[in-house]
Design a protein around this ligand. Structure first.
Ligand code: PEP
Ligand code: MG
Length: 607
């Protein structure tokens, strides 16, 4: 028998665990709801695929020549990447690759590897791995930050040489069997963005949390996923059957027949729900007492435009443009390439339009090629700070947006603003670019609206002043929660502390809502809070009736909105703000939700 519970406003559906079977269950964090049943595919790294070959004595020198040729080829590859980087970004951004090149030229490492081949009659791949592993171990024990940073250079360079030697290409993330479930230690957002969604039914990782960028990508691709499993890569082998229960944050390895049957039924029910969702697409998002709520879409890729339209979103509330920079191999997107993308967004997002966030690169997110590792990346050179550092890259993007805005309603939002100077500087740059375009007779929109992401605590405290100079606010509750509670949003070890219903976060949100209302500027909530039923009720109660979320969450949030009246929401928010601990707030809200939707699953209140 199934056991349905309600936790955090998410449906928890868990089948009974069989007593006698090879089945194993691991609990993690459900980062995209849904059931996936498929075949595990372990994403391995090149170091794991090496086999040891014992050479004949007569082949040893040939092996050393093969090693030297691989080093030379690695050098040529790195040179090419370096030149491309330098041309695009300048010397100081490209310098990191110099460290890689120097490492390749390091005679002492090369000599150690050659000696290893001779002494052990080992194949070159094996020798590179053994020697570099030994050095990596030494580096790991060094406390000096600079030296430790060298270890990632060494790992990167030696992986490149190993890949060349073994004649393999890095594994393509688009080439899987029909029903693959990807299992990995971690998935970089750029890799997640590149996945072939037709074949990948789900994924499970050791690392990660609900608001990590990989999670955001999983939700936008609508792939059931569980992160923060810590040890999944050592518990399953490629080819074995596994189930992802993204609602419960559960992964079931080698399921017993009863479990499999249970989840097949669950999956069928989900598919049926998807049909209902579409049937309800035309219903307005309006509370039972008539308050209209804008439900917009957060997207990362233009492939998602179809989903935005399928769920009838009120335009695009957040376009995370940094994903245009994800394809590191092809260098930076040019002005024209970006112009085409923004033009498409302008043309397809209707009268509500699209809000384009200027690139939020760095930190835990994607990086420009050749970035310099930072001691504390969340507080480092990311978002608007990086934009000002690579000003030409920033200007290229802004020009593309200004030109594309001719084709529809586009707005610009600036990420990670922490003071008024940053807003003023960006606005001045936009004005200058508009003047340049005007002087060159290039069609553009000069008076584009410029908003601010409110996601840094200082911006909350300055919201009153920012509101006087910004056209709108986008409330980024993911980063705001991360920075207010000082909890890394992608770290599975502290993920239990990440809570946007934390009393400190609620108070900050209230301040932002009040500042925006006072200055009469619109505010859209575009963090993941906007797609959580319990959190949405509090947001409504605080007067935040403009929400932007992953498109597939729209039907569920619409049902929540249609089932509540503003007076109740305000009362719940008022009461929630009286509590002083996260547990009190959470308990209270979930009790209220159970009361209001007593006869329904919280995630799918029917009204
Ligand atoms: C946020 O921080 O809430 C946000 C919407 O931006 P991102 O998740 O891309 O950092
Ligand atoms: Mg953010």
């Amino acid at each position: 028998m199934a056991n349905d519970e309600m936790t955090n406003g998410k449906r928890q559906t868990v089948s009974p665990q069989p007593k006698f079977s090879n089945e194993e269950r691991l609990e993690g964090i459900g980062i995209c709801p849904g059931i996936a049943i498929g075949t595990a595919f372990l994403v391995d790294d090149p170091r794991g695929r090496i086999i040891r070959v014992r050479l004949r004595e007569s082949d040893v020198e040939k092996e050393i020549v093969r090693f030297r040729q691989a080093v030379e080829m690695a050098q040529q590859q790195l040179d090419a990447v370096y030149q491309r980087l330098r041309a695009a970004l300048g010397e100081d951004q490209a310098y990191i690759l110099e460290a890689h090149v120097l490492m390749l030229q390091d005679q002492s490492i090369g000599r150690q590897i050659e000696q290893f081949i001779r002494d052990n009659r080992a194949n070159a791949e094996w020798a590179v791995r053994e020697v570099s592993n030994r050095l990596l171990k030494v580096y790991a024990e060094i406390t000096d930050e600079y030296m430790r940073a060298r270890s990632s250079d060494l790992e990167d360079v030696s992986n490149r040489v190993i890949t060349i030697l073994s004649g393999t290409q890095p594994r393509s993330f688009t080439d899987f069997s029909e029903d693959a479930i990807l299992v990995a230690d971690d998935l970089l957002p750029s890799v997640a963005a590149e996945m072939n969604t037709e074949r990948i039914h789900g994924f499970a990782t050791n690392a990660g949390g609900w608001t990590s960028h990989t999670a955001i990508i999983a939700r936008s691709l609508n792939i059931p996923a569980v992160a923060g499993l810590r040890r999944i890569t050592s518990r399953i082998r490629s080819g074995e059957t596994m189930i992802i229960d993204g609602h419960a944050g559960l992964v079931i390895l080698r399921p017993a027949p009863d479990t499999l049957r249970f989840y097949l039924e669950q999956r069928t029910a989900e598919q049926q729900q998807a049909v209902y969702d579409l049937e309800e697409r035309e219903l307005p998002a309006i509370t039972s007492d008539g308050q209209r709520v804008a439900l917009r879409a957060n997207i990362e890729l233009t492939d998602e435009i179809e989903v935005v339209q399928r769920f009838n979103a009120a335009g695009i509330g957040l376009f995370r443009s940094e994903f245009l920079y994800a394809k590191a191999e092809s260098g930076l997107p040019t002005e024209d390439e970006q112009y085409e993308v923004y033009k498409l967004l302008a043309e397809t997002s209707g009268h509500e339009g699209a809000v384009i966030r200027t690139f939020d690169l760095g930190g835990d997110k994607l990086h420009l090629n050749g970035f310099k590792p930072e001691r504390n990346p969340a507080l480092g050179l990311r978002a608007i700070r990086l934009s000002f550092k690579v000003e030409e890259v920033f200007r290229t993007q802004l020009r593309a947006i200004l030109r594309a805005a001719v084709y529809g309603k586009l707005k610009i939002v600036l990420p990670m603003i922490s003071n008024l100077d940053e807003l003023r500087h960006a606005k001045r740059t936009i004005t200058e670019l508009a003047q340049e375009l005007h002087a060159k007779n290039i069609a553009h929109v000069a008076n584009i609206e410029v908003g601010v992401m409110i996601e840094v605590p200082a911006a909350v405290l300055l919201a009153e002043y920012l509101a006087r100079e910004a056209d709108f606010f986008s409330l980024g509750t993911n980063d705001l929660t991360q920075y207010l509670i000082a909890v890394d949003r992608a770290n599975e070890e502290v993920n239990h502390l990440f809570d946007s219903l934390h009393p400190g976060v609620l108070r900050a949100i209230k301040m932002v809502a009040e500042a925006a209302h006072q200055a009469k500027i619109p505010v859209t909530v575009c963090g993941e809070m906007a797609s959580h039923p319990a959190e949405v009720i509090v947001l409504l109660g605080l007067g935040l009736c403009d929400l932007s979320m992953t498109p597939s969450a729209i039907p569920m949030i619409k049902r929540i909105i249609r089932g509540i009246d503003m007076q109740t929401a305000e009362q719940i928010a008022r009461q929630a703000l009286i509590f002083t601990t996260p547990a009190e707030v959470n308990n209270y809200i979930h009790k209220e939700m159970a009361k209001h939707w007593a006869h329904h699953s919280v995630a799918t209140p029917d009204n």
